[in-house]
Design a protein around this ligand. Structure first.
Ligand SMILES: [Zn+2]
Length: 473
């Protein structure tokens, strides 16, 4: 029987004031444009997350909820949060596998990150998944589907079995969604599911013109299977995968949570499709063939990740501020890392192992003194405080790289400002711990990034943010 899987990626970036609390600016506050709701997270919850949860869609689809959104929901939309987790639990009880994928911790465009930061993002993301869903993840959604072999290798080495890419990012995918093996440079292989780009775009952009789920299933989904040529034994069981933003269903397109519900609960099956999810499919259909990936590609920029690096035509107007902003973040991150490593050296600690384990503190599972004693460090109160500040700096420094900081058209928008604020917080924490002032260099680098809209430089934005930040950190 042919199979069908719909994967929905639910995400909202972290926002608010990084000085307001220790690990998540979970209080977003008021955002203009979201009225009558207080902010966009609340608006999208009312339009999309809650109605999808109430209609049982989280028991029918494959999904991931970005870590920052999941944490926000836990604190601010607990009803929605618990319904999603209950749906997941029901799915696990019914099929013995999960229908949820993990996500890296801060929605970083991983191919642009250093190896040790990729490791931290994947490990923190897996720990966050386990904390919420009560099990280790088998699959991981890669932010922006931005891929390189090193990222896949790290995911594989840490126990991730599969991920999703789009058709345009791979070569050799002749069997629908697969799964396929991707061979990894240092040994091993990871399963990759390949989404149907045409069907995914139809749902993402035109769902309201498709005439409903029944019509789409009969005239498009069922016909799509026959178009694809080969009709050997494998083709009979072929999987079709649609992967889109979860906000498609109710927020981008009001009311379309019903399309999703009818498609997965009735219409796909009525045209002979087995509705499944990826871990369930993988258990029954291990990959038989191999594909090659196109490194440094993503689903949101056809210019080799230019949208998140040096700039490209994906956003209007000059976009060279992106390269300058990234350079400022990279230099600050390197300076923070150097000081961190120096401080830890005398204790004979592996600094990156400790930083990876720090996720237990950010998840509220333990405090820093407990973490240090787990790493067999006997530290007095003053030293523990210094480590706590350095580790917190390493967390805020990771959050500078959230993909949205680079995704849009102007430096003066709230997303880049928020990223700079996280850099400022990280620099002040390092100063508290070591006395070293990293801000003059950060400010000098930020001066190279200029807003097209306001002509402000990143340095001026930094000054503005600093003037508003509380003294305490
Ligand atoms: Zn682009």
């Amino acid at each position: 029987m042919p199979s069908f899987c719909l994967h929905a990626h639910f995400y909202q970036p972290p926002r608010g004031n990084p000085f307001a609390d220790r690990f998540g600016a979970d209080d977003i506050g008021h955002e203009p444009g979201a009225e009558p709701y207080e902010n966009w997270n609340e608006k999208v919850t009312a339009e999309c997350y809650l109605p999808n949860a109430e209609s049982g869609n989280f028991e029918l689809m494959s999904f991931d909820v970005g870590q920052t959104l999941l944490r926000w929901m836990r604190g601010h939309a607990p009803n929605t949060y618990h319904r999603i987790l209950e749906s997941h639990q029901k799915y696990v009880e019914k099929y013995g596998v999960s229908n949820a994928l993990a996500t890296p911790s801060h929605h970083t465009v991983l191919p642009l990150a250093r190896k040790r930061d990729k490791v931290a993002q994947v490990k923190w993301g897996m720990a966050g998944f386990q904390n919420a869903y009560g099990r280790m993840p088998a699959g991981m959604w890669i932010p922006e589907m931005a891929v390189d072999l090193e990222t896949l290798q790290i995911m594989h080495d840490l126990g991730i079995q599969y991920t999703i890419l789009s058709e345009g990012q791979v070569e050799g995918a002749s069997d629908g969604a697969g799964p396929y093996w991707v061979k990894l440079p240092n040994g091993g292989q990871i399963a990759v599911y390949v989404r149907d780009d045409m069907l995914s775009s139809q749902l993402a952009f035109s769902i309201q013109t498709l005439g409903g789920a029944g019509k789409w299933a009969r005239y498009t989904l069922a016909a799509r299977r026959k178009d694809t040529g080969r009709l050997d034994a494998r083709a009979v069981h072929r999987l079709t995968l649609v992967a889109v933003e979860g906000e498609t269903f109710g927020h981008h397109h009001p009311g379309e949570e019903h399309f999703l519900h009818w498609l997965l609960s009735y219409e796909a099956a009525s045209v002979g499709q087995l509705v499944t999810t990826l871990e369930r499919n993988l258990r029954e259909n291990p990959p038989l063939s191999e594909i090659e990936i196109k490194e440094y590609t993503s689903w949101s920029c056809p210019h080799g990740l230019g949208r998140f690096a040096a700039g490209c035509d994906c956003t209007s107007g000059p976009s060279n501020w992106k390269g300058a902003l990234r350079r400022a973040f990279d230099n600050l991150a390197n300076n923070i890392d150097d000081l961190y490593v120096t401080e830890l050296e005398e204790f004979g600690l592996d600094p990156w192992q400790l930083r990876n384990d720090y996720v237990r503190v950010t998840l509220g599972q333990m405090d820093v003194s407990h973490l240090l004693s787990d790493h067999e460090v006997i530290a007095d109160e003053e030293t523990t405080g210094r480590f706590a500040a350095l580790l917190a700096a390493s967390y805020f420094r990771q959050r500078m790289y959230t993909s949205t900081a680079f995704k849009f058209e102007d430096l003066s928008r709230s997303e880049p400002r928020y990223a700079i604020a996280n850099g400022l917080r990280a620099a002040l924490l390092v100063q508290e711990a070591t006395g070293a002032d990293l801000l003059p260099a950060f400010r000098r680098d930020l001066a190279q990034a200029v807003s097209n809209r306001t002509q402000q430089t990143g340095a001026e934005l930094l000054d503005e943010i600093r003037a508003q930040a509380p003294d305490a950190n």
